[in-house]
Design a protein around this ligand. Structure first.
Ligand SMILES: [Zn+2]
Length: 550
């Protein structure tokens, strides 16, 4: 009898404690919501990172100025130890300062284009006739050699259009811009065998025939050919609908290995090619000023902290990349992700949380060139599961946002199932904001964003999934990736969700459990040098031989 009473009393106490803890969490979540509703800084932060400091190409003075602004801003919010951490990018910084282009014959018309990064500008105004060259489909080296030999005398002094104009079909069925609630729940339900997936499963790809040249190899050979044979400029087709342009870079980062190159909107490229096909010569005029910055070889991650108390040597991290491509101000990719993470930590500071663990915000650079900044940071601070540094054991988790303006719908957590369970339970009360759940991940493959630099090392990288909105269809790396594409209500919701998640991990008694040594997945094979992580194919675009836009 006595024993039963004690058991009952203990159970009661446990229940009261659990209810009190849940109550505290709900109270804190309410304070977080209030702070974001009444004092949000998120659009102001986004404004500075885009309008004032964008674009933020890695190694460029703009990126460094944005980094310095972010560090100063976080200090002014009361964060400590805000600083820039250098890492070796190895390539000079580059900016495009001015660019104009016109059709000058057979009619006068302005052109809409973007410059390929890390190429030289023109020496003043250049005017020349165009020629179109059409590399063979899926060539092997002898095909490519024969093709280049056949056009050897034709490119000197010319502006060279590379490839036939792309036929970009008009989109009839627009992909939904929000994940519907059922899809979100299925994606973030650990009991669903297809959890973690969104949309139809991708077809298995045949392994490529190694004797067929890759798009990158074809481009490298065409660039070398154009330099060697005196072409004036190279013009690529953007191959996107609605005049969108997505311009990447000269992959060698060496201006001597490529002629000045632009990416022309599909509409202009098609018009020029069709007029040439009539047998009418076309003349174009360009004037492009690009600038190089040797000091850009050193780039910077930005780090700032809210120091912990009784468990201050344990760290909860959150972040995203601050660098962008150069065709617009890099709002959805990824100024707004940086702003969400800065805001989440600002909220916790503003409502007076004294976190048990240290909360550390990190904003990476070099993400767009292959997750370079975050990989350098992980290597320097944490090492890997196989070769750990002392701090390896002290990281609770790293949250990452990098998929545009859509509100956060769920989390994918590298680690045992219990980790995702912790997040799902503690954020269940935010379902009205769209948060649907969390699923475990075992993948150590380096993927499309910085959380995978952590997972690759065997650390708890936490990728946050978002409503697609216009991200992969319209804004990702394009010339319309601007402040105007941000939905304020969505990004405020994301900040509330992240702040709540960080609070939970900074305050709970235990760290998130890690994989037992026997369960730790094997590390992936190293990618070859210069290899870039896989990126999702965007609707309306296809990477094709002869196009080095992507
Ligand atoms: Zn990004």
């Amino acid at each position: 009898m006595r024993n039963r009473s004690i058991t009952r009393l203990l159970l009661c106490l446990l229940l009261v404690t659990a209810v009190a803890a849940a109550q505290t969490t709900l109270d804190i979540q309410e304070k977080i919501r209030q702070e974001e509703t009444n004092h949000s800084q998120i659009m102001r932060t986004t404004h500075f990172l885009t309008d004032v400091y964008g674009p933020r190409l890695t190694g460029s003075p703009n990126h460094k100025a944005a980094a310095e602004w972010a560090a100063k801003q976080m200090t002014s919010w009361g964060f400590q130890n805000a600083h820039l951490e250098p890492w070796d990018f190895g390539h000079p910084g580059w900016t495009n300062e001015r660019a104009s282009g016109y059709i000058t014959a057979p009619m006068l018309a302005p052109l809409t284009f973007k410059v390929l990064a890390w190429t030289n500008g023109t020496k003043g105004t250049v005017t020349a006739q165009t020629i179109e060259i059409d590399p063979p489909e899926k060539p092997k080296q002898p095909d490519m050699d024969a093709f280049l030999a056949s056009i050897k005398d034709k490119v000197k002094g010319k502006i060279v259009l590379v490839g036939k104009p792309g036929v970009v079909p008009v989109t009839i069925d627009v992909r939904p811009r929000r994940m519907d609630d059922k899809a979100a729940h299925d994606r973030y339900d650990p009991n669903n065998p297809n959890a973690g997936q969104y949309g139809p499963p991708r077809p298995q790809q045949e392994p490529p025939d190694p004797s067929i040249l890759t798009g990158a190899k074809i481009n490298e050979q065409i660039d070398a050919f154009l330099v060697a044979n005196g072409a004036l400029m190279r013009v690529n087709d953007a191959r996107m609908e609605h005049g969108l342009i997505r311009a990447f870079n000269n992959r060698t980062f060496d201006p001597a290995k490529a002629v000045p190159t632009v990416v022309l909107r599909n509409d202009d490229y098609g018009r020029i090619a069709r007029i040439m096909a009539d047998g009418t010569p076309v003349t174009l005029e360009f004037n492009i000023t690009n600038k190089w910055y040797p000091e850009g070889k050193t780039s910077y991650n930005i780090v700032a902290e809210i120091p912990g108390t009784d468990k201050k040597d344990e760290i909860v991290m959150l972040g995203g990349h601050l660098d962008s491509w150069h065709s617009a101000t890099g709002a959805t990719d990824n100024a707004v992700g940086a702003a969400v993470m800065m805001e989440a930590a600002r909220i916790l500071q503003a409502i007076g949380i004294k976190p048990r663990r240290t909360i550390r915000v990190a904003l990476w650079s070099g993400e767009e060139q292959g997750l370079l900044g975050s990989q350098a940071y992980v290597k320097q601070h944490f090492g890997t599961f196989e070769e750990p540094k002392p701090e390896f054991a002290k990281l609770v988790g790293y949250f990452n946002v990098d998929s545009g303006t859509g509100r956060i719908r769920g989390a994918s957590v590298f680690g045992p199932k219990e980790d995702a369970d912790v997040l799902r339970a503690s954020l269940a009360s935010l379902s009205d904001l769209g948060f649907a759940g969390a699923v475990p991940s075992k993948s150590r493959r380096l993927g499309g964003t910085d959380s995978t630099s952590f997972s690759k090392a065997g650390l708890p990288g936490i990728g946050l999934g978002q409503d697609p909105i216009e991200y992969f269809t319209d804004t990702w790396h394009t010339d319309i990736d601007t402040y105007e594409r941000i939905i304020e209500d969505d990004v405020r919701k994301s900040a509330i969700i992240v702040a709540s998640a960080i609070y939970e991990l900074a305050m709970r008694d235990a760290m998130l459990p890690r994989f037992a040594a026997a369960d730790m997945p094997a590390p992936p094979p190293e990618t070859p040098e210069g290899g870039q992580p896989a990126r999702p194919a965007a609707a309306g675009t296809t990477a094709r031989p002869g196009s080095n836009n992507q």
